[in-house]
Design a protein around this ligand. Structure first.
Ligand SMILES: CC(C)(COP(=O)(O)OP(=O)(O)OC[C@H]1O[C@@H](n2cnc3c(N)ncnc32)[C@H](O)[C@@H]1OP(=O)(O)O)[C@@H](O)C(=O)NCCC(=O)NCCS
Length: 235
């Protein structure tokens, strides 16, 4: 099954010779003419039959559309910011919806967004620019993914959830209706998020709790249930 790569017939360069780039190719993206990556050891290599043509800066003056294929939200945003500073506008970005991804007719996806197979987006949801939704996610009515947000495989969002800019929600996590995952926050795999996750914090567990708060609690009250857990980032 092929996916729909919105490229206005200009061909597409994938930015980042990553696992995500291979997933986009494996999902049947047609019209990808090359991959750019800053690792010179990859230049000239073929990835799923597609050549790595040069570094990321070389994409600026090409005619093709671009698709940022960098998994971690903050790294993807850093590259997007570099390209914007170099004069690359929103109109240069393709978006990709894999063949078995379903976008409800009242929902919208932004420039540079990627939606992989098996994901269902229901009514009046908005997937922001450069957001990435991995396979088998469920995005329900009125959900908002802000720019550069990432949902790993199997995430389920209740209605009217907001996932902030460059936030990362780990595999098989669920977020209760109406809640907000803050900008730059990380939600651990398998978490059940019942409250709002503040910007930049890492929450995990069932029900999800702040890993930062667990450190603070153990320092003040001794180690009990939920003893010190170091904060961390998804890779
Ligand atoms: C939450 C997360 C970001 C924490 O990463 P980290 O800071 O490296 O954490 P560590 O692995 O050092 O674990 C720290 C503690 O948190 C616990 N922990 C880690 N992840 C957890 C999770 N998802 N749920 C519950 N507890 C978790 C560990 O058991 C450990 O507890 P301990 O100190 O009692 O042994 C990470 O484990 C995670 O879930 N990342 C998402 C991965 C993912 O979905 N990737 C998608 C691939 S595309």
């Amino acid at each position: 099954m092929t996916g729909v790569l919105h490229s206005a017939g200009r061909g597409v360069l994938l930015v980042g010779a990553s696992g995500l780039a291979r997933e986009v190719l494996a999902a049947g993206a047609i019209g990808v003419v090359g991959i750019v990556d800053d690792d010179p050891r990859l230049h000239g290599a073929l990835i799923d039959g597609v050549p790595v043509t040069g570094d990321i800066a070389s994409a600026v003056d090409r005619v093709e559309k671009l698709l940022l294929c960098i998994g971690p939200s903050t790294s993807r945003r850093a590259v997007g910011d570099r390209l914007r500073l170099a004069g690359v506008g929103d109109d240069r970005f393709a978006s990709f919806v894999a063949g078995s991804g379903r976008i409800g007719r009242s929902s919208r996806i932004g420039a540079g967004a990627i939606v992989l197979d098996g994901t269902v987006v229901t009514a009046d949801a908005r997937i922001g620019a450069h957001a990435v939704v991995m396979p088998n996610c469920v995005i329900t009515h009125d959900d908002v993914l802000e720019e550069y947000a990432t949902l790993a495989a199997g995430v389920v969002l209740g209605g009217a959830v907001t996932v902030g800019a460059a936030a990362f929600v780990g595999m098989n996590a669920s977020v209760a209706p109406g809640r907000r995952v803050g900008s730059g926050a990380t939600v651990g795999m398998g978490a059940v998020v019942l409250g709002d996750v503040p910007d930049g914090q890492t929450w995990a567990g069932v029900p999800a709790r702040s890993l930062h708060a667990a450190v603070g609690a153990s320092a003040g009250a001794g180690a009990g249930a939920g003893a010190a857990i170091p904060a961390g980032r998804a890779s």
